[in-house]
Design a protein around this ligand. Sequence first.
Ligand code: TZP
Ligand code: MG
Length: 225
Amino acid sequence: MNATRKEDAVRQALRVYFIMGSSNVPAGIPPELILAEAIRGGATLFQYREKGTGGLRGKARTELAWKLRLLCRERGIPFIVNDDVDLALELDADGVHVGQEDEAASAVRTRIGSKLLGVSAYHEAEAEAAIRAGADYLGVGPIFATRTKEDAKSASGVQAIRRMRELGIRLPIVGIGGITAENAAGVVRAGADGVSVISAISSAEYPREAARRLATAVESALANR
Ligand code: TZP
Ligand code: MG
């Protein structure tokens, strides 16, 4: 895929970017069921993010990752692994997402070749460094307060995205942190290509409906930008 086409495909895929690990789902509900519903509702990309003390490890983790990976392949959306290049390569994932405390983005780029590379950036200096390292997109946030990530920095507001765009950063951006169908439009108006959510879908009573509402909010904000 040439560079412009890849960038367009990335922008499309970032619209409703769903993230989940086993600890993000209500007790007794299989994660693959939530992912299937999210995709039916309009999730455009999935990131497997297994975190925390209660998170799965070893064989259980690999098995869940395979299930989710295969579901994404079957339904035709990209599957990205958070912070584990070995797992991403084993699963032939479509990409890897790393934060600032993870393996250096430039090293990840070397290891994954042309697979998608996403990098979390809190401010423009981190964004510039991620671009130099070869990121395909930036995850910017937390935009709003979140209870999902224990060590989250303070909420930046949509201003963090607006400022990156004003400074000329053109790489695809997805906002993250405390995003819901109610506040998603503002994130897109500030310059994001889409929104990334955990709890707005994984903890929703009806994940399909939750994804649909996010998709509608993002699409109408993009159409009116
Ligand atoms: N990075 C910044 S905020 C966050 C991550 C992984 C958590 C987002 O979860 P939620 O439930 O969508 O606020
Ligand atoms: Mg990380």
